[in-house]
Design a protein around this ligand. Structure first.
Ligand SMILES: [Fe+2]
Length: 261
């Protein structure tokens, strides 16, 4: 049962082989052979959207949302489950070469599952109270302290998003520790590299793969980036900002693939 597994045991399967060694030295729980050897592969499921496929119109079309969620995200889930099943069989048969060969597929598809699960929940119907930045007073205060004002932050985020070459994601993350725990940064990640795993707390992300906008915006990527502000869920962003990486990671324990924040 995956639910019996500690989070870092779960992340053990989502990170590249070299990274797993580092994590293992930080938390010996994940290298307990009784848990690892007796495991059956977890099965992830596509989380339902917290709104309808047409809820983000006119900024993100119904067609895009349906294909993106039921097609692309479902494929990441399916491929992750297949890779984890093969990985579990390789562990049972002590086939280390196959285990190593599966690391990239696990990282890519787990990243796709995690990133999209976070993404869906950090979007909200336009005009809703959640889509107003006034729903995130603490986060906006920190944004203003970091970038000067909300407009300058949006400009910086837009520049980061449009600077992505190929496929990737843009994220606002909380990266600080200790007395500086609320420090914010804008980061971009390549392909489906998972935003979690390095200690950052993802506040919200924007999918910059062409499948996220091309059917509607074609090569007008800047217009997609401009319109995404109409559907950012600031209420969720505020909750993530006030939380910690442990709060966020705890949500990933669910075999249902549901993220609660
Ligand atoms: Fe996507």
């Amino acid at each position: 049962m995956l639910s019996a597994y500690p989070l870092k045991a779960l992340l053990c399967f989502t990170l590249p082989f070299s990274t797993r060694i580092v994590v293992a030295t930080q938390d010996p729980i994940i290298i307990q052979p009784i848990e690892f050897g007796a495991m059956s592969s977890p099965t992830y499921h596509l989380p339902p959207l917290p709104y309808g496929y047409n809820a983000l119109e006119p900024h993100i079309s119904t067609q895009i949302m349906e294909l993106h969620h039921s097609g692309h995200h479902q494929a990441y889930v399916n491929n992750l489950n297949a890779a984890l099943k093969n990985h579990a069989a390789a562990v049972q048969s002590n086939d280390i070469r196959t285990q190593i060969s599966l690391q990239q597929a696990i990282k890519f598809n787990a990243g796709g599952h995690i990133n999209h699960s976070l993404f869906w929940r950090n979007l909200a119907p336009p005009g809703s109270s959640e889509s107003k930045s006034s729903s995130a007073p603490n986060l906006i205060k920190q944004i203003n302290a970091t970038w000067g004002d909300e407009e300058k932050f949006r400009d910086a985020f837009k520049t980061a998003l449009l600077g992505i070459q190929g496929s990737g994601w843009g994220w606002l993350v909380k990266t600080g520790t200790g007395a500086d725990k609320n420090r914010l940064s804008i980061i971009t990640t390549k392909d489906q590299d998972p935003v979690v795993g390095k200690g950052e707390v993802p506040i919200f992300g924007v999918d910059m793969w062409e499948h996220a906008y091309y059917l509607q915006y074609k090569n007008g990527k800047a217009a997609y980036v401009e319109n995404i502000w109409n559907v950012i869920n600031w209420k969720v962003a505020e909750k993530r900002f006030l939380g910690s990486s442990e709060d966020d990671n705890a949500c990933l324990k669910s075999t249902q693939g549901l993220l609660q924040v």
